[in-house]
Design a protein around this ligand. Structure first.
Ligand code: HEM
Length: 285
């Protein structure tokens, strides 16, 4: 008898792996962008969706995907992230059952794994919210500032010094764009590969202030083509931060392990999960 009502579709790990695979294959196909990959901007979308979390009020975070709406989409820090949201639209159309909030965070996890980064265990359960849940402007870090600001912003999310440094190591990926943030250039020579290069260069290279009309940023002495933000330089100016920079510069495995743990934590801030179990997705190839 097939008259029994069908329950709602409950996706399994295999269904989420299909979403992962679709994102990975789109990343592999769409190489006519920046340094050849949308991966870095997907990581930035996942981070800016999550980094609005405020532990005191429990507001913000990846649950909600409120960056779909103005005013949050228009916050200065989110300039350029429409590119990442648009990249994921065909995936949402193919798997309409996934929420934007789950999709954006899964996109970040996928992009890191596909860039040869660490495994990012991920779990579903985020729900999309409406425009009323948009966070106020000013919750994401300002790259022009110093270590005090970095600590203020990341401790509001609930992170300690070690976790802050590990997270910012994601600047191994991607680049700055003058038409988005005002800053310019990549942090290293392989901006589509996830490595500890950011830390190695921070420690080993000599950085001088760039001579230009743009905002204050730093240039490597050896080639003059790489960059560091003022907040990146704060990680070696501050003793509490620097010891972690040195640990990560020395040991890529330690960086991978600690980055994975803290990135998982970032993507889960403020989410009322119903499941403890995380999925480990199979990377392409
Ligand atoms: C790019 C600032 C932390 C991931 C950028 C850009 C700025 C910035 C100004 C350039 C945006 C553009 O012009 O396109 C900061 C500051 C941070 C911080 C001030 C903290 C003090 C993080 C964290 C992550 C992250 C925690 C991830 C875990 C990225 C990635 C890009 C990026 C992947 C490259 C995006 C692309 O290539 O389009 N960040 N960031 N950042 N950021 Fe951060």
């Amino acid at each position: 008898d097939d008259s029994s009502p069908k329950g709602p579709f409950v996706p399994t790990q295999a269904d989420y792996q299909k979403v992962y695979d679709a994102i990975a294959s789109r990343l592999a196909d769409e190489t006519d962008y920046d340094d050849g990959s949308y991966g870095p901007v997907l990581v930035r979308l996942a981070w800016h969706a999550s980094g609005t979390y405020d532990k005191e009020t429990g507001t913000g975070g990846s649950n909600g995907a409120t960056m779909r709406f103005a005013p949050e989409s228009d916050h200065g820090a989110n300039a350029g992230l429409k590119t990442a949201r648009d990249f994921l639209e065909p995936i949402k159309a193919q798997f309409p059952w996934i929420t934007y909030s789950d999709l954006w965070t899964l996109g970040g996890a996928c992009a890191i794994q596909e860039a040869s980064g660490p495994t990012i265990p991920w779990r579903p359960g985020r729900e999309d919210r409406d425009v009323a849940a948009c966070t106020p402007d000013g919750r994401l870090p300002d790259a022009a500032k110093d270590q005090r600001h970095v600590r203020d912003i990341f401790s509001r999310m609930g992170f300690d010094d070690r976790e802050m440094v590990a997270l910012i190591g994601a600047h191994a990926l991607g680049r700055c764009h003058t038409d988005r943030s005002g800053f310019d250039g990549p942090w290293n020579f392989s901006p589509t590969l996830f490595t500890n290069e950011f830390f190695r260069l921070l420690v080993e290279e000599k950085w001088t202030q760039k001579k230009w009309n743009g905002p204050t940023q730093f240039t490597d002495k050896t080639t003059g083509t790489l960059m560091m933000l003022p907040t990146d330089m704060a990680l070696v100016k501050d003793k509490g931060f620097k010891k972690h920079v040195e640990r990560y510069a020395k040991d890529n495995d330690v960086f991978f392990k600690e980055f994975s743990d803290v990135f998982v934590k970032l993507l889960e801030l403020g989410v009322p999960f119903k499941t403890e179990d995380r999925f480990v997705f199979k990377t392409s190839e």
